[in-house]
Design a protein around this ligand. Structure first.
Ligand code: NAD
Length: 372
């Protein structure tokens, strides 16, 4: 089987879906590897580092010869047209964004695996791109906040007197939130976190942060949160508004699968915050946890609070983000790759549930309804 990687063409995307390390491992399992010239450059991997691959000039020439295409961002319509009929594509496919793309994948009989559909079971952990990339986002969000803040994070005892540590609040303690807490702690801030899943209390405390109890518990199915009822939301907001008045930096990471990001911090709460406070809203791209944040922008409110809505944070640490992403894809391919050939086991739920299109059919029901 021939496995290929292209240079990502989306704006702001610096990651690459295949690193030299993983190219070597795939070759070791009998695959031939094609790398489009320059595919890894923006991620920090030069062509010469891909010793186990053939470097090919141009996307068209690469796709012409490939059986499996590895991607970070969804393939463009042109890339799908250039894929060989019946070939495989694996990546973060975001089918809700563009039904036309799914139609074309179906028409071209592409077997498309959308890694964000991977079931989040214990066996799937090593393939979970949402987790690996969320960790990068949580880390980076705190660095952005620290950079924008007019204060130090750590406590300093100096000849010029004592500097008190910044108070950081992390909203949502999933993968991104826990990494944000850990990062803010390493910078020496006084950190608090909260989540609606009660099991996060212990996880937050184990990182040396304080669990902020707002009296709302809303564990849903599969280890995820459920949406709050109106009453629960009110309770959460009342307690939070008061607390935010003393906070210097907020990082928000809350999400509910398949929904718009929950609105947790209202404009009124922001108005009650200190001059110079900073909020970084990781969920800005999916609707925002904070009223007034805009994806890709920094908004400074009338009372001097900076609302920062970063986009594609994972791409801003492209070497390590690509290393983890590429290993995730390797672990997924390993389910099907033996002696240089791919055999898909449709009885394996990790294969079946991650599949978006196969053999001219849309296999993911919500996407099928969206497209038809
Ligand atoms: P996510 O990105 O969907 O959500 C982030 C966090 O926001 C979650 O912790 C959620 O509880 C929280 N949240 C939602 N609504 C909220 C509200 N109104 N107020 C405060 N917080 C709110 O979650 P995630 O980081 O992808 O993962 C969540 C859970 O799934 C974790 O327990 C994680 O360990 C687990 N998980 C398991 C696997 C696996 O086993 N393969 C993989 C990834 C994650």
């Amino acid at each position: 089987v021939t496995i290929a990687v292209l240079r990502e063409t989306s704006p702001n995307e610096r990651r690459v879906a295949l690193t030299p390390e993983v190219a070597k491992k795939l070759k070791g399992r009998g695959a031939s590897i094609l790398v489009e010239q320059g595919a890894g450059t923006s991620a920090g991997f030069g062509d010469v580092q891909y010793r186990d691959a053939e470097i090919v000039s141009g996307a068209g020439a690469t796709l012409e010869r490939s059986d499996v295409l590895l991607k970070v961002q969804p393939p463009s319509l042109e890339e799908i047209r250039n894929l060989r009929e019946g070939s495989i594509v694996v990546g973060y496919l975001q089918p809700h964004l563009d039904p036309e793309r799914t139609r074309l994948l179906r028409e071209r009989k592409i077997t498309a695996f959308a890694m964000e559909l991977l079931p989040r079971t214990t066996r799937a952990q090593a393939m979970d791109v949402l987790s690996s990339q969320a960790a990068v986002a949580g880390y980076k969000a705190v660095l952005i906040a620290a950079e924008a803040s007019p204060k130090f994070f750590p406590m300093l005892t100096t000849a010029a007197g004592t500097i008190r540590p910044s108070k950081v609040l992390v909203v949502g303690a999933g993968v991104a939130g826990l990494q944000a807490i850990a990062t803010a702690r390493r910078l020496g801030a006084q950190v608090e976190g909260f989540d609606v899943r009660p099991e996060t209390k212990e996880q937050i405390e184990s990182l040396g942060a304080k669990f902020l109890d707002l009296g709302v518990s809303a564990a849903g199915s599969g280890g995820y949160a459920r949406e709050l009822t109106a009453e629960e939301r009110e309770q959460q907001q009342r307690a939070l508004a008061e607390h935010l008045k003393g906070i210097d930096v907020v990082v928000t990471t809350a999400a509910v699968p398949g929904r718009k990001a929950p609105r947790i911090i209202t404009g009124a709460m922001v108005s009650g915050m200190k001059l110079g406070a900073v909020i970084v809203d990781i969920a800005a791209e999916t609707g925002g946890n904070v009223e007034g944040t805009e994806a890709g922008k920094t908004v400074v409110t009338d009372n001097g609070v900076s609302l920062i809505g970063p986009v594609n944070l994972a791409a801003s640490a492209p070497i390590h983000a690509s290393e983890m992403y590429s290993r995730n894809l390797y672990n997924f391919l390993e389910l099907s790759l033996k002696d240089g050939a791919i055999t898909l086991d449709w009885d394996d739920e990790l294969i079946a549930k991650t599949c978006l299109t196969h053999a001219g059919e849309i296999r993911h029901e919500p996407t099928r309804q969206l497209v038809e």
